[in-house]
Design a protein. Structure first.
Length: 447
């Protein structure tokens, strides 16, 4: 009976147990750049092609009611709604098995969070506060991909659906109410941001990227994110250049082709391991004449430099070295750290808001059970009252029976609970009972 449950469960110790129970179902397990090196992280990545099968298998594990997986180069995290007591061990073994790894080898790199901490983790991740580059925006998009994959696999339920939507809303709030995303903190992103400041209309521009390493690939990605339409990638190995260019709808060329194609580009970014400069003052001067002195924006990220320093002397050329960008980035990092503190306060507030909603799920079940119990008592008593009428009792007597019996049955368990609380001297239970029943406080009744 729900009433007896309510009144027997209001002591501080049991309230604490209930609070813990409320926190139990949301659970996450994973690893990230903070706990595992790259050679470990890359062994537990779920590709887009693998995600549907992995989610379906995950959802079949004992006690897993809902599931989602975020998997990027910097983290793999499993979010679940489960009442399982051994979720950490179960999910850790499952993750290892999925990637044909020994669980004991993988376990030191794993972390797990339950309840409030699990909610906090997703909100923190989606807001870019747990990223390798603080405040980077890509993780929000990757979190949305994870959400859509889980929705398509049918592994999201009411709780995780609400949690992910809440995380997206919080990430948007963090972006709009703090400056965490305003200043670039990676060299590649800083280079693209400068190009945007100089040209404004990135989609209408053309870019030439020289090299085939991670920095060039990051620059290509950031440029495409800004809507760049024309991309040329040059490298000593034309095959490598073409491989990067294809990923971003661009064209790959060899280094020997640069003099013939340089004039096409508005933005030039270089990052090679060449011991000698690749672009000299003469070749840039020639390209400027071909362009009728439309300006070049150049960023040399190489050490030693790929672009002769004398190129900076030319009119209509904006040339930046990696040192020029580094001072900007250091200042921006400090700015983001201040913004991150403000963002953390937003996340803390929004975690509590979600936990409040989560607790209402239990209240909904309790209210439904209470109403169902009341309906059963009403039907039983009403049936017996009608039987009395059928036997010839007067309507007045039948109504008297109905009112008295229903009142006694509805108040029986609350009365027992109140007597037990009074008998044990538990004044806190009595106080909570009065609030639940809507009774006036004792000092109110005496006035």
């Amino acid at each position: 009976m729900i009433a007896a449950f309510v009144f027997n469960a209001v002591s501080p110790t049991i309230w604490h147990s209930l609070a813990v129970e409320y926190l139990m179902p949301v659970f996450t397990l994973g690893l990230s750049h903070k706990t595992a090196p790259l050679d470990v992280r890359e062994r537990v990545v779920f590709s887009a092609e693998d995600s549907a099968g992995a989610l379906a298998h995950l959802a079949r594990l004992d006690g897993i009611e809902e599931a989602a997986i975020i998997s990027t180069c910097n983290r793999t995290e499993i979010y679940t709604f489960t009442h399982s007591d051994n979720a950490a061990d179960m999910l850790g073994r499952w993750l290892a098995e999925q990637h044909r790894l020994e669980y004991e080898w993988l376990r030191p790199y794993l972390y797990s969070y339950r309840g409030r901490d699990a909610v906090n983790q997703l909100l923190t991740v989606a807001s870019g506060l747990d990223s390798l580059v603080l405040g980077e925006p890509q993780i929000l998009g990757q979190t949305k991909v994870a959400y859509h994959q889980s929705a398509a696999a049918g592994t999201l339920g009411q709780a995780l659906e609400r949690l992910f939507q809440h995380a997206f809303s919080v990430a948007k709030q963090v972006r709009s109410e703090t400056s965490i995303g305003e200043n670039p903190v990676s060299v590649a992103y800083a280079a693209v941001s400068l190009a945007k400041q100089i040209f404004g209309d990135i989609p209408r521009r053309a870019a030439l990227l020289v090299g085939a390493g991670e920095m060039i690939e990051l620059t290509a990605r950031h440029l495409k994110d800004q809507g760049l339409q024309k991309l040329i990638v040059a490298n000593r190995s034309e095959d490598k250049a073409e491989k990067i260019a294809e990923s971003y709808d661009g064209e790959g060329i060899s280094l020997s082709d640069i003099p013939h194609r340089l004039a096409e580009a508005d933005i030039i970014v270089t990052s090679t391991a060449s011991a000698l400069p690749i672009l000299g003052k003469g070749s840039v001067e020639s390209a400027l004449r071909t362009r009728k002195h439309r300006p070049f924006f150049m960023v040399d990220l190489a050490v030693p430099r790929d672009i002769e320093p004398e190129v900076a002397e030319l009119r209509d050329v904006y040339l930046y070295s990696i040192d020029d960008l580094r001072s900007v980035i250091e200042e921006n990092v400090r700015s983001r750290e201040t913004a991150a503190s403000q963002a953390s306060e937003i996340v803390d507030t929004q975690v509590e808001r979600f936990m409040t909603w989560l607790r209402t799920l239990d209240a909904v079940d309790a209210i439904r059970e209470l109403r169902d119990n009341g309906d059963r008592l009403r039907e039983q008593t009403l049936r017996r009252a009608r039987q009395r009428l059928a036997r010839g009792e007067s309507p007045e007597a039948a109504l008297e029976y109905l009112a008295n019996t229903l009142t006694k049955k509805l108040l029986h368990e609350p009365t027992v609970g109140l007597r037990q609380a009074a008998g044990s001297g538990d004044m806190e239970r009595l106080r909570v009972a009065r609030e639940l029943l809507g009774l006036p406080r004792e000092d109110d009744s005496e006035s």
